[in-house]
Design a protein around this ligand. Structure first.
Ligand code: OAD
Length: 255
């Protein structure tokens, strides 16, 4: 039985500006592995220094490219889940709505969300390791990774690796959305990786109500105004339904 406090539903039904930050947990119910789950998380089975740093790529580009190919294949076979769909539906509920994600799987876009702020890039895109320019196509040959058609440098996935800066425009947009919202929802993220993890703190400092949806406690739990413990794919659709009903009742009441 999912319990969502009435006061939270009322606050959301009144809100004009809502910002959401998602992490790997939103895609877990689609079958995409998270990073820090003790058993099934990617970083429990693979070394992030080898697979998610520029140094790791430079020392073994084939290994890193093939690991991302494997992840791309997993992602291409899965579908958005009810949590993604509920977040896309929220666009209709709030006059100003921003969806920020740390995920690189593009499942938000596939479920119909528009203007998603991708903080950590997109695994379906590639860029030149030397020039940093996004490359859409390259001559097919046996090279693994493929080579940049401009400079012959290696191509790499356009995702943010450890030690790299986040895309500036996306980060600026995310920070503004966090600092100007009335309600900030943090969904399915361990709230351990900065700067994304700092967005909830920035929202809180600017006066927003902080709502966390997660299976477990995180470092954000103690500062969150509401901490909903459960699956995003169940809690988010329930939240959307409850907000919709309350908004409809208000409309009827005011007629
Ligand atoms: P993590 O793997 O660190 O955390 C996933 C969170 O989702 C955990 O707190 C889980 O408890 C929670 N969770 C799992 N299933 C859930 C479900 N069905 N409903 C709700 N919550 C659920 O993933 P992120 O916080 O996204 O960065 O990790 C942040 C960044 O660290 C990633 O973007 C990635 C990684 O290294 C890069 O690759 C740059």
């Amino acid at each position: 039985m999912l319990t969502i406090p009435d006061s939270l539903i009322t606050r959301l039904a009144e809100a004009k500006t809502v910002t959401v930050l998602t992490g790997a947990g939103i895609s877990a119910e689609s079958g995409v592995p998270t990073f820090r789950d003790a058993q099934s998380g990617l970083w429990a089975r693979y070394d992030p220094h080898q697979l998610a740093t520029a140094e790791g790529f430079a020392s073994n580009p084939k290994l890193v490219w093939e690991w991302y190919e494997w992840r791309r294949q997993i992602i291409s076979k899965v579908r958005p889940n009810p949590g993604h769909v509920a977040l896309a539906e929220m666009e209709r509920l709030f006059p100003k709505y921003s969806l920020i994600t740390q995920n690189v799987d593009a499942l938000h876009e596939r479920s119909g969300s528009k203007d998603v702020i991708e903080l950590h890039g997109n695994i379906h895109r590639n860029k030149c390791f030397v020039e940093g320019i996004v490359i859409d196509s390259w001559p097919s040959d046996d090279s693994v990774p493929p080579r940049c058609p401009r400079c012959s440098g290696w191509l790499r996935p356009d995702v943010v690796w450890f030690g790299e800066s986040l895309p500036l425009a996306a980060l600026a947009h995310a920070e503004l959305s966090a600092m100007t919202c009335e309600v900030f929802l943090s969904v399915g993220t361990s709230s351990q990786v900065h700067p994304a993890a700092g967005l909830a703190d920035a929202a809180k400092a600017a006066g927003a109500v902080i709502v966390e949806i997660n299976l477990e406690k995180t470092p954000l739990t103690k500062t969150a105004d509401y901490s909903l413990r459960g699956k995003a794919g169940e809690l988010l659709p329930a939240l959307v339904t409850a907000i919709g009903s309350q908004s409809a009742e208000r409309k009827t009441g005011s007629e």
